[in-house]
Design a protein around this ligand. Structure first.
Ligand code: NDP
Length: 445
């Protein structure tokens, strides 16, 4: 058996109840076959065995009291996966589906994504099975304070710098930062996605969605094409989805669909982002409110229709993992979709991604395409260290350059390993090489 096959067998034996982590790890390992088969130093150094094992996993109890005075208990996690090239960096997710497998898959992906940005940040991820939906601001605050009461001893501006993810936006980062500051008695850049008056960076809110569109734009521009006149399908209606839609629209595209976990909106004349922002960012309502506000938009319940059923040139899945399956991929290609860019982490199943690539659809994996968020988080860390604030234009222009750089790195790595246009392979290989070099240089750690 090859080195990679041995690692996969061992991984399956050790982590039988972690399907999402196995899915993410196997995809990366498959891409690395060409690299490790060419060069025996990786096997000699036991590099892959070390890479797939987190440096540290922290799991903890999060007790909090609801508004009725009832004691509730959730489970908190922080997986500190790799600090080979910098402090652990990666978001916190608050969603009832959160478990160790999901946090490990996200932390593992984060290693390569962070490496691709070219910035000095390692990989980590955390979260809890707490559901902020339907909770009052006070309940969310009490939860966040309790979560940070444990987490604060494991993080720090040079150790581990968490950020937002699903269910963690500006409100939650505020409560988490307030509690950290109180416990640590220090005002330091320990979280990113902070509010502008207390250490946040301009463009952080927009970064993931804008970055996704910048990467696809670079690809289109290379062949003399652009977003102008393109029809776009987007899933989700959260942070990533909203700002991907905003940038795509700004570049002349029409966004036809958005979704939440209850249903899908199709709006032939183009989604109205002011309405979406009001519903999702201000009122925290469901997408049904969109159909009430726009009588020509069609709302379909999630169990009756899919966001991927309508025609589009470009699909940007930006909700959650495994939300675009093989059937969806078939619908997309049948309806003329030519490019898929992952705004979410691993939203496309492995079979769907392989099918899309086999049909000639250009596919950008999340670890490359959604790296803009963490890239601007690293720029927020740099501004915090220097006690400076850069302008929107300055951060946006750095973001764009980083996304263009990632596109070209992945493109060149794919060519070097004989699969031009395979950005899954390209991103995995380019992300791996830098981390592997650091691990080799630093000895058996
Ligand atoms: P938000 O919480 O802001 O939005 C998530 C969106 O996805 C919501 O519309 C939500 O609908 C929908 N969604 C979540 N879970 C499900 C589900 N199980 N089924 C259907 N729809 C679902 O999160 P973000 O926009 O921040 O994150 C979206 C994705 O992007 C995630 O995969 C995240 O890891 C990834 N990502 C985020 C980054 C960031 O900077 N925020 C950076 C890089 C990646 P509902 O409200 O009904 O739950």
């Amino acid at each position: 058996m090859s080195y990679v096959d041995n690692i996969i067998v061992d991984l399956e034996k050790k982590n039988p109840h972690e399907p999402e982590f196995l899915q993410a790890a196997k995809e990366v390992l498959d891409s690395l076959r060409a690299v490790v088969d060419r060069d025996g130093q990786y096997e000699k150094a036991g590099l892959l065995e070390r890479l797939v094992e987190p440096e540290r996993i922290i799991q903890f109890r999060v007790p909090w009291m609801d508004d009725l005075g009832k004691v509730r208990v959730n489970r908190g996690y922080r997986v500190q996966f790799s600090s080979a090239i910098g402090p652990y960096k990666g978001g916190l997710r608050l969603h009832p589906s959160v478990n160790l497998s999901i946090i490990k898959f996200l932390g593992f992906e984060q290693i390569f994504k962070n490496s691709l940005t070219g910035l000095p940040i390692g990989g980590g991820k955390g979260g809890s099975d707490f559901d902020p939906k339907g909770k009052s601001d006070n309940e969310v605050m009490r939860f966040c304070q309790s979560f940070m009461t444990e987490l604060h001893r494991h993080i720090g501006p040079d150790t581990d710098v968490p950020a937002g993810d699903i269910g963690v936006g500006g409100r939650e980062i505020g409560f988490l930062f307030g509690q950290y500051r109180r416990l640590a008695n220090a005002f330091e850049g320990v979280l990113t996605g902070k509010g502008l008056p207390w250490g946040g960076s301009l463009t952080r809110t927009e970064a993931t969605g804008y970055g996704l569109v910048y990467m696809v734009e670079e690809y289109l521009n290379r062949s003399g094409d652009s977003f102008k006149g393109k029809k776009i399908s987007i899933s989700g209606s959260g942070n990533v989805a909203i700002f991907a839609a905003e940038k795509a629209k700004e570049l002349g595209a029409t966004v036809l669909t958005m979704s939440d976990s209850n249903g899908v909106i199709y709006h032939k004349s183009g989604i109205n982002l002011d309405t979406i922002k009001e519903i999702k960012l201000e009122k925290r309502e469901r997408l049904t409110a969109y159909a009430k506000a726009h009588s020509d938009a069609v709302y379909t319940e999630a169990d009756k229709g899919r966001v991927w059923d309508s025609e589009c040139d470009i699909a940007l899945p930006s909700a959650t993992q495994n939300e675009l399956n093989l059937d969806d991929a078939k619908h997309l290609t049948a309806k003329g979709c030519k490019v898929v860019g992952e705004g979410a982490n691993m939203p496309t199943t492995r079979e769907a991604a392989e099918y899309l690539q086999a049909q000639g659809v250009t596919f950008f994996p999340g670890k490359a395409a959604n790296a803009g968020g963490v890239a601007v988080s690293a720029l927020e860390m740099a501004q915090n260290s220097a006690r400076l604030s850069w302008t929107f234009e300055e951060v946006d222009s750095r973001l764009k350059n980083i996304m263009i750089g990632i596109f070209h790195n992945a493109d060149e790595a794919a060519k070097e390993y004989g699969k031009p246009g395979d950005y899954i392979l390209g991103a995995n290989v380019a992300g791996f090489k830098k981390v592997a070099r650091a691990m080799l240089d630093q000895g058996l750690i």
